[in-house]
Design a binder for this molecule. Structure first.
Ligand code: FES
Ligand code: FES
Length: 163
C-alpha cells in the first residue's frame, strides 16, 4: 500500500524585501527553501547539524541558523540573506570590512559570519575584541583564520559609527 503524501504547507515570506508565497513540504528546512526554491545560494550548508553557522540568515533582524528551523515556522517573517545586504551596487560596511581586511580565506563561512555580525553590531556599536570573538563563537571557520575576521568586525563597527 502506498503511503499517503504529506500535504504541502503554504508559506509567505519576505526575503530581501521581496514577498514570496510557496507551498512547501512541512519538513523543508529554511536553508533548503532559500537555496533550492529561491535560488539564493549565498547561504551555505556546512554541517546540517547546527554547529557551523554557515547557514546563518536574519529572521526579523535576528541571526538564526537556517538549518535549525522549518520554513513553515517562519511564515510571515522578514528574512535577510547575504544577497540582501548590498544596496544599489554598494557593499554593506561589514562586507566591505571583510574585503578590506582579508577577513576571508576560502570564503565558505563568510556569509554566515557576516549575518551573525550584522545582528551583533546592530546591538553593540562599540564592541571589544573579546565581545566579537564571543559573538562569532557559533560560526566555525575551517580555515581557522579568525584574526582577520575579528579585525574585519572591529573595522566594520568603526565604519558603522561613522569613523
Ligand atoms: S549548516 Fe547550519 S549550522 Fe552548519
Ligand atoms: S574562510 Fe574558509 S571556512 Fe572560513
Amino acid at each position: 500500500m502506498s503511503k499517503a503524501a504529506t500535504p504541502l504547507v503554504r508559506v509567505t515570506l519576505k526575503v530581501n524585501g521581496k514577498t514570496y508565497t510557496h507551498h512547501v513540504p512541512p519538513r523543508m528546512l529554511l536553508v533548503h527553501f532559500l537555496r533550492d526554491v529561491l535560488g539564493l545560494t549565498g547561504t551555505h550548508v556546512g554541517c546540517d547539524t547546527s554547529n557551523c553557522g554557515a547557514c546563518t540568515v536574519l529572521v526579523n533582524g535576528k541571526a538564526v541558523k537556517s538549518c535549525t528551523v522549518y520554513t513553515f515556522m517562519v511564515d510571515g517573517a522578514e528574512i535577510t540573506t547575504i544577497e540582501g545586504l548590498e544596496q544599489n551596487g554598494k557593499l554593506h560596511p561589514i562586507q566591505e570590512a571583510f574585503w578590506e581586511n582579508h577577513g576571508l580565506q576560502c570564503g565558505f563561512c563568510t556569509p554566515g559570519m557576516i549575518m551573525t555580525l550584522h545582528d551583533f553590531l546592530s546591538r553593540n556599536k562599540s564592541p571589544t575584541e573579546s565581545e566579537v570573538r564571543r559573538a562569532i563563537e557559533g560560526n566555525l571557520c575551517r580555515c581557522t583564520g579568525y584574526v582577520n575576521i575579528v579585525r574585519s568586525a572591529l573595522w566594520a563597527a568603526e565604519r558603522m559609527r561613522g569613523g
